[in-house]
Design a protein around this ligand. Structure first.
Ligand code: FAD
Ligand code: SF4
Length: 327
């Protein structure tokens, strides 16, 4: 690891002021960022690391009316075992309890989880060997390279980019992201409130639409039929310490309006609108669930190495809808 300055921020104002300066980066649990620093993946090595874990009052979980508020510094382990989360949004507890490893879950935060950088192996290659589009370079190495874990729903569009030839097919691998999108959560930042479905994005060294110096403060989940009738299933090759290759979140409200969100399939959580339309207003049968699984991959554009993902999506969507229908 190279040398950098480190400041324990005492307030959000102090942290955001420091983070507006070039060459600074926020650290929460460090589970993602420390690895990136050690592996020296950044084109410009950060000069200043601003610790936000020293800011008080950002690690609470409260039920305020029908809104479940989860502070950005709540650890994955605390989110997984908190009775309020289990009672009102169990899928969040399930996903937080399945992500990474028991040790990492005790230290890494829910905010860091939804802001984590892509795991694409070109992006993460030691010593910044591939200065790809996601780092401000000219091209994506995965499009013509080894793309077995990459997007099957096209390239991500850079949030501030006029160069349409550039694209990134790294997927969002956060376990929490698709669930929060399915539940209609809102993300409160130091500047605004953003709907979960709009929070994720593709930027240079960023997986969110956050501006420079903007920090996530709190995640707000409306407690409703949807948050309670929500199921999450991840597919990974190993049982522990393995990112999901794919995940499926399904939820339903009292009017039988369904949400179907797929993680690990696109640069941001993918809302499978066609699958939602198939089941809208209906009771789930095996045939209908199968039809929805097929609809979920409508419009998919797999690359050379990742066509296998389509069968997993079809199967997970079918199985999870059947399980949801029999709850
Ligand atoms: C071996 C390993 C396995 C893992 N497996 C999984 C897995 O299966 N599923 C999964 O979902 N995750 C997994 N993770 C990720 C991990 O669980 C954490 O979510 C991740 O480390 C980020 O949380 P953190 O608090 O450590 O964030 P940090 O590493 O401190 O930060 C991550 C990024 O988010 C930014 N950031 C942090 N907090 C904020 C904020 N409040 N506002 C704005 N930006 C912020 C930081 O600047 C940084 O860019 C794994 C990580 C490792 C190292
Ligand atoms: S998929 Fe994205 S992160 Fe990976 S090489 Fe291409 S541009 Fe870089």
């Amino acid at each position: 690891m190279r040398a950098f300055n480190h400041i324990n921020a005492k307030s959000l104002d102090e942290a955001t002021a420091l983070l507006k300066k070039d060459g600074s980066v926020a650290i929460a649990g460090g589970g993602d960022l420390l690895g990136a620093l050690k592996d020296d993946i950044f084109p410009d090595y950060p000069k200043l690391v601003v610790n936000i874990k020293s800011i008080p009052e950002l690690d609470n979980i409260v039920l305020d009316g029908n809104i479940l508020k989860i502070g950005t510094l709540v650890t994955l382990a605390d989110a997984a075992r908190n009775p309020l989360v289990i009672e009102s949004a169990k899928a969040v507890s399930d996903a937080a309890g399945a992500a990474s490893s028991p040790t990492l879950r005790e230290t890494t935060t829910i905010g860091g989880n939804v802001c984590q950088l892509p795991r694409c192996w070109y992006f993460r290659k030691l010593g910044n060997r591939f200065n790809c589009a996601r780092k401000g370079g000219e091209r994506c190495f995965a499009i013509s390279g080894d793309n077995r874990y990459h997007s099957v729903f096209g390239t991500g569009v850079f949030k501030t980019d006029s160069n349409t030839n550039r694209g990134c097919i790294a997927v969002n691998q956060s376990d929490l992201a698709p669930i929060l999108a399915a539940m209609g959560a809102e993300f409160v930042t130091t500047e605004r409130t953003i709907k979960a479905a709009d929070f994720f994005g593709v930027g240079v060294l960023s997986a969110t639409v956050l501006n420079m110096g903007e920090l996530l403060i709190e995640i707000r989940i409306p407690v409703s039929e949807v948050s309670k009738n929500c199921r999450y299933k991840r597919f990974a090759f190993r049982k522990s310490i393995d990112f999901p290759v794919l995940s499926v979140t399904v939820a339903v409200d009292a009017d039988k309006s369904y949400r179907v969100v797929i993680g690990g399939a696109a640069p941001t959580p993918y809302i499978a609108v066609k699958a939602e339309e198939v089941v809208k207003g209906k009771n789930i049968t095996d045939e209908l669930a199968q039809e929805a699984g097929i609809a979920a991959i409508n419009g998919a554009k797999p690359y050379k190495e990742n066509e296998y993902k389509l069968q997993i999506i079809k199967t997970l969507v079918k199985r999870e809808l059947i399980a949801l229908g029999s709850n």
